[in-house]
Ligand binder design. Structure first.
Ligand code: PLZ
Length: 450
């Protein structure tokens, strides 16, 4: 990952703090923000960005921070990746929008061709493009309901699928996503996830699947299930990696019962976990996949890709939206996918995991508050607990995160209990910079949990 054959940015790849974080210019902008932006929109780091590229984010005070967040798993190819910048510039100068449903353009079609190539399975596929992950998930549910003539949607504990009305219903966690935003959409049923750190010890993936399936059959009825929707590794829920065998058993149950198996790969997709898609790890072929985030190098673009007979079941005009598959976003997606291939970013993600996981396990050895280390590729996390228990410690999690921020490393938290520190570096980050980010993390734990 240090020796990419082509430059990914001209920004110096270094952590450099020239003011306290946040600095005075960021603080000034924060004051302006508070006076004009709704208080309902949160901020993880009160640091305003001027430039970003490779593995760094440079703020308006001149501080260069190590990026272990990728804007929540979006800039897998790096920020302002050269191919993406060039493609966007060319497209934006040619035309910015016509609406694909009014007068179509090649870029949209080319993106759908690429999605058919890169997503799991060699069956005939179709895609439809949207703007956000939430919109992709909503449309996957619309399509599955239409194709099956059934209504029930099965989701899991700790799931995150978005913030629109239907996707709030699909999302598990109340605060901050759902609190006082109801009523929620009906016909959504939640069943237990496979969560090895919190399940009874030794529970296999097949047993966890049997537990979920028994609940579906008893409480919903197989014949009523339009779709089983799952993140192959849960994102906001805390990077929960299900036990091996869990996903294949669910996919098999869907096949047998005529319901649509939908993999929400919005956070896991596009090389993040060391494969193009996380379901590939166990050879699972979803009927539909929902995609966004890493797909377009930071431009808003999302998709549902899946079996032609399911996708084509919908009547003409039943799917769409003004901006869905915007030409500039499509150009960015084609350039991002090309970058992933040219730079073998799936391999880069595996190399990141090979660096991070042993270091985090070493941290766990000497830090009783680190209860679990998990993840795959460049999607890894530590779960923080009261020593010797599985009781979540969100306060310590917050303190460690803030210490990293103050020391120039962007890290994110996650988890139903707010006690997971998660790491999502851009896949083009240099080995040395990544190591320095982990040094900062080690120091933060030594200070706050040593
Ligand atoms: N499905 C699996 O991870 C978005 C949410 C950040 P949108 N995750 C980041 C926040 O607090 O809003 C996500 C996801 C999975 C769907 C979504 C929704 O994608 O593009 O944010 O709508």
């Amino acid at each position: 990952m240090t020796d990419l054959l082509e430059p990914t940015t001209t920004l110096p790849q270094e952590r450099r703090l020239v003011t306290p974080v946040p600095g005075p210019r960021s603080a000034e902008l924060m004051a302006r923000r508070s006076a004009t932006v709704s208080a309902g929109v949160g901020t993880t780091l009160p640091v305003f960005v001027e430039r970003a590229g490779g593995g760094v984010v440079v703020d308006v005070d001149g501080n260069s921070l190590i990026d272990l967040g990728s804007g929540i798993a979006v800039v897998n190819v790096g920020n302002a990746a050269p191919r993406v910048v060039a493609a966007v510039q060319e497209q934006v100068a040619a035309f910015t929008h016509t609406c694909f449903m009014v007068t179509p353009y090649e870029g949209y079609v080319a993106v759908c061709e690429e999605l058919a190539r890169v997503t799991p399975g060699d069956h005939e596929k179709r895609s439809a493009l949207f703007n956000t992950g939430s919109e992709a998930v909503e449309n996957a549910v619309k399509i599955a309901r239409h194709a099956t003539g059934r209504q029930a949607v099965v989701v899991f504990d700790h799931a995150y699928h978005g913030r629109t009305n239907l996707t709030m219903a699909l999302t598990a966690k109340n605060m901050p996503y759902k609190h006082r935003f109801g009523p929620f959409a009906p016909e959504v049923y939640r069943v237990p996830m496979s969560y090895p750190f919190r399940d009874e010890p030794g529970l296999t993936g097949a047993e966890a699947a049997a537990r979920a399936i028994a609940q579906i059959e008893a409480q919903v009825g197989a014949a009523n299930v339009a779709a089983v929707l799952i993140e192959p590794i849960q994102g906001e829920g805390g990077f929960v990696v299900p036990a091996p065998g869990f996903l294949p058993a669910l996919a098999e149950w869907c096949r047998a019962s005529g319901s649509v198996f939908v993999a929400d790969e919005v956070q896991t997709g596009f090389c993040r976990t060391g494969d193009w898609f996380a379901t590939e790890h166990e050879g699972v072929v979803p009927d539909l996949v929902t995609l966004a985030k890493g797909m377009a190098g930071g431009m808003p673009l999302a998709a549902v890709t899946g079996r032609a007979e399911i996708m084509d079941a919908v009547h003409t005009g039943g799917l769409g939206g003004t901006y869905g598959g915007n030409p500039v976003a499509c150009a960015a997606a084609l350039a991002s996918i090309e970058t992933m291939r040219a730079q073998d970013l799936a391999g880069a993600a595996r190399a990141i995991g090979d660096t991070m996981l042993p270091r985090l396990r070493a941290l766990q050895e000497r830090t009783p508050a680190v209860g679990d280390v998990r993840g795959r590729g460049a999607m890894v996390a530590v779960e923080i607990v009261k020593p010797g228990t599985t009781e979540p410690d969100p306060e310590l999690t917050g303190r460690v995160a803030r210490a990293c921020h103050a020391d120039g490393v962007v890290v994110l938290t996650a988890g139903t209990f707010g006690n997971v520190l998660r790491f999502l570096p851009p896949l083009v980050i240099g080995q040395e910079l990544l190591g320095e980010g982990l040094d900062v993390l080690d120091a933060a734990f030594a200070e706050h949990a040593g």
